[in-house]
Design a protein around this ligand. Sequence first.
Ligand SMILES: [Zn+2]
Length: 289
Amino acid sequence: MNTLAIDIGGTKISAALISRDNQLTQHTQITTPASASPTQLYEALVAITTPLKNHADSVAVASTGIICNGILTALNPDNLGGLKDFPLKETLSAITGLPCWLLNDAQAATWAEYDYRRETISDMAFITVSTGVGGGVIQQGQLFTGKRGIAGHLGHTLADPHGPRCGCGRYGCVEAIASGRAIAAQATGELAGKDAKAIFAAFHQGNSQAKSIIKHSANTIANLVTDIKATTDADCVVLGGSVGLAKGYIELVQAAMTQQPLALQVPILSAHYHHDAGLWGAVLWAREQ
Ligand SMILES: [Zn+2]
């Protein structure tokens, strides 16, 4: 039998069936409703699960936002219209009639990356640098979610107290400086209004402003990695996300890491899973619960 895997992101909701022998089929996606109204998310979940639920015996979900005791709350008011206290587990169990497991999306991706390396490591962190910056922490082979689901929200640690305001409300978060959204926001002059992808293209063409913005992002992530090493003594840190996996980016982070004290340096590896990390992580984690 299959697990119905669902990934609720800021811009799209994707779903697929994942079999016991790890075949992913019937991948489908819809646009995430940008509304604080629970009705719209409810209707989107009905639409995406209806064609798949009869082929599954459980549901595993990775979702943006804070997941605590089956309840979803958006940390960043720009996501899910600032939806608060949505009973995600109860809702999905009612819609599908199936048992349901939930994780934050970056925590799910963290579990997928750990599962891929579990024979050789026991302590790691995952950082996804994408539109935002998310993360997760594995300690002694356990995913560390915290009592309130907050553990591992590495993008909301401090990078610069004089930095710009983050979507979470704090000033100078890593996300407000290093994310794809922040990269785009820093562009001026000939790069003004361009998105992170276009700024990376300019970076590869040798544009000095693009080089400076991307390097600033990579240095910020290298400092975050150093903080993670100092806090958790991780065996490695895995970097993912559209910015984290963009050509040339990890090399910049690794180069910045060599400037840190030797005891605080840690191997920085590229993520194994790309777009479907949330789906895989949710399923792999649910199997162990
Ligand atoms: Zn923040």
